[in-house]
Design a protein around this ligand. Structure first.
Ligand code: FES
Length: 213
C-alpha cells in the first residue's frame, strides 16, 4: 500500500458531519499525502527550484482508496487537493432509482456540469456502484450532508436519497445531480479518477486502467 492510500479500516475518525444515519457510515480520512507534501515544502522552500515531478506532487498527489472496505450504503470522506471528496458505495437500489428522476433535475445529463467524459453517463461514474464526487456545493461551496435514507420528512415525501446542503437548501441525488429549485445550478463536480485494480480507487489520476470491474 502506498503512502497516499487510505482504507475504510485505517486511521479513520467518525465525521462530525454525520447527518442522520449512524456515525460509522460516514468516515473522514486525512490522507498521508498532505503530510508528505508538507515535508517537501519544509525541505525545499522555493517551488521554482523543484523538478516537474516535485511540483506536480505539491499540487496534490493522487490518493488511493481501498473501496472493498466501504460497505454498500456507506460513504467515506477524504481530502484531495484541499477539497473534500465523497466516495459512496451505492446499493443496487440507489443505482436503480437514478434513471427515474430525470424530470426533477436541473441538469440530468450533466451537459452543463463538470466531470470527466467517462462520468457523463446516467450514473456519473466509471463503476455504477461507486460515486466519486467533490463534496463542495456548486452554489457557494458548503459541504452537502449525506441524506441517503428515503424517509426524510423535511425533504419531501418522495425524496429518493441524496445530499442536502444546509446553507441555502440545495439538493442533489445519489449521482450528485442537482434538483430543480435549488440555489445551485450545476451538479456536484466529479474529479478525475480511475481504478488501478478491482479494489483500488485512484483519485486524481485517470490515465491508468479504468476497467469497469
Ligand atoms: S452553498 Fe449549498 S446551497 Fe448555498
Amino acid at each position: 500500500m502506498s503512502d497516499n492510500r487510505v482504507a475504510a479500516d485505517q486511521g479513520g475518525t467518525a465525521s462530525h458531519d454525520a447527518p442522520d444515519t449512524s456515525r460509522r457510515d460516514f468516515l473522514t480520512y486525512a490522507t498521508a499525502a498532505t503530510g508528505a507534501v508538507g515535508a517537501v515544502f519544509s525541505a525545499v522552500p522555493f517551488l521554482a527550484s523543484w523538478s516537474p515531478s516535485e511540483r506536480a506532487r505539491a499540487l496534490g498527489a493522487p490518493v488511493e482508496v481501498d473501496v472493498s472496505k466501504i460497505e454498500p450504503g456507506q460513504m467515506v470522506t477524504l481530502t484531495w487537493r484541499k477539497q473534500a471528496i465523497y466516495v459512496v458505495h451505492r446499493t443496487s437500489d440507489m443505482v436503480a432509482k437514478l434513471p427515474g428522476i430525470d424530470g426533477q433535475l436541473t441538469d440530468p445529463g450533466s451537459a452543463a456540469s463538470t466531470q470527466p467524459d467517462y462520468a457523463t453517463n446516467a450514473n456519473r461514474a466509471l463503476r455504477e456502484q461507486y460515486l466519486v464526487v467533490v463534496g463542495h456545493c456548486t452554489h457557494l461551496g458548503c459541504l452537502p450532508k449525506a441524506r441517503f435514507e428515503l424517509t426524510q420528512p423535511d425533504l419531501g415525501a418522495d425524496w429518493p436519497g441524496g445530499f442536502f446542503c444546509p446553507c441555502h437548501g440545495s439538493k442533489f441525488d445519489m449521482a450528485g445531480r442537482v434538483f430543480n429549485g435549488s440555489p445551485a445550478s450545476t451538479n456536484l463536480v466529479i474529479p478525475p479518477y480511475s481504478f488501478s485494480n478491482d479494489s483500488t480507487l485512484v483519485i486524481g489520476k485517470d490515465d491508468v486502467a479504468q476497467g469497469a470491474a
